[in-house]
Design a protein around this ligand. Sequence first.
Ligand code: FES
Length: 569
Amino acid sequence: MKLRSSKWFGSKDRDGFIHRSWMKNQGRPDHLFDGRPVIGICNTWSELTPCNTHFRTIADHVKRGVYEAGGFPLEFPVMSMGETLMRPTAMLFRNLVSMDVEESIRANPLDGVILLAGCDKTTPALLMGAASCDIPAIMISGGPMLNGKFQGRDIGSGTDVWRFSEEVRAGLMSECDFLEAESCMNRSAGHCMTMGTASTMASVVEALGIGLPTNAAIPAVDARRYALAHVAGQRIVEMVREDLRMSKILTRKAFENAIRIVGAIGGSTNAVIHLLAIAARIGVDLTLDDWDQLGRGVPCLVNLMPSGKYLMEDFYYAGGLPAVIEDLGELIHRDALTVNGKTIGENVAGARCFNRDVIKHREDPLTREGGIAVLRGNLCPNGAVLKPSAATPELMKHHGRAVVFETIEDFHARVDDPSLDIDESCVMVLKNCGPRGYPGMPEVGNMPLPQKILKRGITDMVRISDARMSGTAYGTVALHVSPEAAAGGVLALVQDGDQIELNVEERRLHLAVDDAELSQRRSKWKPPAPPSDRGYYKLYYEHVMQADRGADLDFLVGGSSVEVTRESH
Ligand code: FES
């Protein structure tokens, strides 16, 4: 079988000389250019991405496996995205990184690729980019950090930041304790160890079959993470020889499995946007309504923060994702193919749970409805999402007066103003935080409650926005309102005092303002100015699609041929 890389390394002419000779400056001997599979290791290592700083070590273990199987590994960097440092939000750059991945693969002599991802957006970005190339690929997740430990108890990254900061604002926690917790939360290599977006997406990788079994939960510092990387290195060489490309793994059945598994783990709402974008790249017809239909009736089994109380380390020791998938029984397409050449059903056959408080039984779930609820109504004709397992049951049917914040700056300026006219029955509405409006759709949808309400011991209110929220966050929060305010959605027309009705059971989000009044308001509405007149911001602003389409750039949907015929000299 003649491989793609042979077009670079296989000829005896001037171009072949150039391609091999410069690679030999790294000490590569002749036999590496003998037509063996060339495996790219796409690395999002960066010291600016704390969750991915151990990736050079993972890559070394991948290389062992690639060499062992007779392949030629070549590690290459792509832009990395760290959730905690990047402004205005890492999500703004997910699509940019996907282009980096796609064009790096297309431009270079690669026959297969190992994708190393960890921090939230790195996973979808790499899957999107590689899917548009459709070559053999395995993703290895970086793995979660060890449990946080603070004053004798476990604390979770993200979830306990939100909790502690509200406790400080409510006067229930001292600033001294708050700052001490900072050193106790994130204390090893790895990504957030709650069931936030990174852990959700690592689970999605395993659920889709594009990662090896147990990929989701092995802690980053556990030797078994490195052993998995070694095996993945071996396996990708075989996949190239089998021509087992991504499109044979990422089928409609694989996405349906992933949606149900996100429900069963109480996964992040961010998975909705990312899976819609990945599916569109590989040519699978997936819609927002699929999330609601497929997720209905899927119980949340995994008792992890933010929906429950444990952390990823506990999840791994309890049996990890294979135990969950096995428990889901007929809810899973067991014949879906995975990267190791077996079906997902074969992979999990006989998987056991070792702690029924961490992984609940289907007959005794953490919550009966684990899936993502997709809301509709005049406020979100193209949909909005809400995570029932992280919401307050009493608030899931609610009618309240809108308190509107036009921007995130407006929110910060007024939320703790004692004269703000708000009580716990109100509905907090935040505008202009969608894909175009921010830009980049940041994780600000879980607006902190006003201090005067927190001080009365109230911890949740209905909140609505076109933003996302961190996968580690919780609350009765309607997110991803589409169309967003900055694109002229009805959200832009909501005013203080309007009545809003939320009914999760009926999947309804309704603004009780008649059409004539809305038309009147629309005639006076002016879109906000674009964020920039140059560079990537401009490209993004002009081409980003709404949340219900995965917030990808419109011209990136689908894929290009991986063939590039023109030489560089
Ligand atoms: Fe990287 Fe949470 S900050 S996964």
